[in-house]
Design a protein around this ligand. Structure first.
Ligand code: OAD
Length: 247
């Protein structure tokens, strides 16, 4: 059941907060039809082994299989739309220029499609790819050879999905911007993440330690609940419009 009093308390905090940072995870897009990673039945990592699909070692060993898995997920994104939660965040940002910074772990591009073009995408993008190895001149001058994965016809260098795999560093500029936003905010909304993957999850601790209020929107408990001033146990697409509309 929705805790109306808690929701209205959080609404008041939002009204009062000069700088708001949002940290979103896979649950943000669940109501758009994009699977999460760790939900028990439907989560991707409940059905697939991340070691076989989300590491550079796996890609080098089985490039066709790994490429095909990401290509399938990329194609599925063409069938989904931003949900009411994505839209509420984008509309709020539009009404309050410079007040909201959005950091996402999601690679689905739905925040950007909702209108938040300056979303900080910590884990990259499913819609992009780049060279696996440092590109040589031929990689730039020759037309890319189609295939699974596409490759350079001269040196064989392969294209790989532009998502951060396990064991890889986050993109430096994106993480620096995310840390700054976590350090400088007055309120952090943590939406739809289990909070188990670092360094992204550490941003909630940073915000808490710097004195920001932390509010979690998640129907289930998460690993970040300990630093939360409030946990709204609701799905994002239902909760965020109520929190953000008319403010
Ligand atoms: P998880 O799958 O670990 O967690 C999803 C969270 O969303 C869970 O806590 C759910 O309870 C919650 N959830 C489910 N439906 C929801 C809804 N409608 N509204 C709000 N919350 C809901 O996903 P992440 O925390 O995003 O890395 O996972 C972090 C990273 O682990 C991902 O970015 C991915 C993965 O390996 C990369 O792809 C690099």
């Amino acid at each position: 059941m929705v805790d109306a009093a808690l929701r209205s308390q959080v609404r008041q905090w939002i009204v009062e907060a000069p700088r708001i940072t949002v940290l979103s995870g896979a649950g943000m897009s669940a109501e758009s039809g994009v699977p999460t990673f760790r939900d028990a039945l439907t989560g991707l990592w409940a059905r697939f082994n991340p070691e076989e699909l989300a590491t550079e070692t796996a890609f080098r060993a089985h490039p066709q299989r790994v490429w095909a898995w990401y290509a399938h997920r990329r194609e599925a994104l063409a069938q989904v739309q931003p949900n009411a939660g994505h839209c509420a965040l984008a509309a709020f940002a539009l009404r309050h220029p410079g007040r909201l910074t959005l950091i996402t772990q999601n690679v689905d591009g739905l925040h950007q499609r909702a209108g938040l073009a300056d979303t900080i995408a910590l884990h990259g993008s499913l819609l992009d790819d780049h060279w696996l190895d440092l590109p040589r001149t031929c990689c730039h001058t020759e037309p890319i050879q189609s295939g699974e994965p596409p490759s350079c016809p001269v040196c064989g260098n392969q294209r790989r999905p532009s998502v951060v795999w396990f064991g890889e560093s986050l993109p430096g500029p994106a993480f620096a911007a995310a840390e700054a936003a976590a350090q400088d905010c007055d309120l952090m909304l943590v939406v739809g993440t289990s909070g188990v993957v670092y360094p992204a999850a550490g941003l909630a601790f940073t915000a808490h330690q710097r004195g920001a209020r932390v509010v979690i929107v998640n129907p289930e408990p998460s690993d970040l609940d300990a630093v939360a001033d409030a946990c709204l146990r609701e799905p994002a697409a239902q909760c965020l419009p109520h929190l953000l509309e008319n403010s």
